[in-house]
Design a protein around this ligand. Structure first.
Ligand code: HPA
Ligand code: ZN
Length: 349
């Protein structure tokens, strides 16, 4: 907590959470594909859907674990075919994020989900990158891309994907690792991530969402991950918690995702407050907002209401989100100043 944090009355906390500037570092752009847009794109691209209506599709979103979600998420992404589809998807997300006072986004995309269906890598990357550029002018939000490898696929396929993406290197800042965690430990991608490091790419990885603390150790020691996506299982390993705090390795936590995928079926049991109170650089993110029932501010609103955090936690989460980003230092300094100004505006003295 900053020494000069002004006093904020509890009744102002929900408005403060919404108004404070923040960065989002864990969003899968394919997971922002709302059922309405699935139907629009299916029609535009003449693709049949196994659902009769938006409501029928939305009612299928009842998940028991990560895999039960991923099956629907990959199916939904099948309507994305043309550069314009990727552009429309990303621009709609960034417009929605700006409404939550998000000032900066580092957005995952899963190229293998698309190249496996015959969509060219350039189609995906050009559409997304153009949306990131236009969002800055249209919504005053900065955005960059992180190429995420699907961990249920092979090391060879990850290397091939990297090879296909390298001509487009200027359009993404880093690589990530997502999809089915259990049975696909980070060590499977040690050599791919080593190559990405040589190429000067930032490296992050999903670890400790459903998987054990050992996967977080591997992400740090073998993949040299600069951030851990989710990481909530770290609480089961005291030595790991101590390391994450000491080395200031950020965790990109996604409360509503954790609730919907039954990691914490009751949000009151979520460990975000424990992570912050242990000094970890935790942040709040939306993961796949179209599937999990809320964008960033809804994640903040619900997790604060369920776990009884206060304004000091809110400030810490926003500050962490800037510090944990790969944005230039000058941008971070500007966002920190904006954060301070919003807290002053809500001060009750
Ligand atoms: N975990 C792993 N893979 C994913 C997720 C997630 O929460 N969302 C999209 N791909
Ligand atoms: Zn994720």
């Amino acid at each position: 907590m900053p020494p000069s944090l002004p006093p904020i009355a509890d009744k102002h906390l929900p408005a403060l959470l919404a108004a404070m500037p923040k960065a989002v570092l864990h969003i899968h752009v394919e997971g922002s594909l709302e059922p309405e847009m699935i139907f629009q794109l299916a029609q535009r691209n003449d693709i049949p859907l196994p659902y009769a209506s938006v409501q029928e599709l939305r009612s299928a979103y009842a998940f028991t674990n990560l895999q039960s979600f991923l099956d629907l998420y990959y199916q939904g992404a099948g309507v994305l075919q043309k550069e314009e589809d990727f552009y429309d998807l990303a621009l709609a997300y960034l417009a929605r994020a700006a409404m939550d006072n998000v000032v900066h986004v580092e957005m995952f995309f899963d190229p293998q989900t698309h190249t496996a269906r015959g969509v060219a890598m350039e189609t995906v990357v050009h559409g997304l990158a153009r949306a990131c550029r236009d969002a800055q002018a249209m919504h005053g939000i900065s955005a960059s891309l992180i190429l995420s490898f699907l961990r249920h696929l092979s090391e060879r396929e990850a290397f091939e994907t990297l090879e296909q993406a390298l001509p487009l290197r200027e359009h993404f800042i880093g690589v990530g690792l997502d999809s089915s965690e259990l049975g696909h430990p980070p060590e499977k991608f040690e050599r791919v991530f080593a190559r990405c490091g040589e190429l000067g790419l930032h490296r992050v990885a999903h670890a400790g969402e459903e998987g054990p603390p050992a996967y977080i150790w591997q992400a740090l020691d073998l993949l040299h991950a600069e951030r851990i996506d989710h990481g909530v299982q770290a609480v089961h390993d005291a030595a790991l918690m101590e390391r994450l705090a000491r080395e200031r390795i950020p965790l990109t936590v996604c409360p509503l995702s954790n609730q919907k995928l039954q990691v914490f079926p009751d949000l009151r049991d979520h460990n975000l407050k424990a992570l912050l109170d242990a000094g970890l650089v935790a942040t709040v993110n939306s993961d796949d907002p179209a599937y999990f029932g809320g964008y960033t501010n809804e994640n903040l609103r619900q997790v604060f209401a369920a776990t009884g955090m206060h304004a000091g936690h809110a400030w810490q989460l926003a500050a962490n989100s800037f510090d944990a980003s790969f944005a230039p230092a000058a941008d971070k300094a500007r966002w920190h100043a904006q954060l301070g100004a919003v807290f002053e505006r809500f001060a009750t003295r």
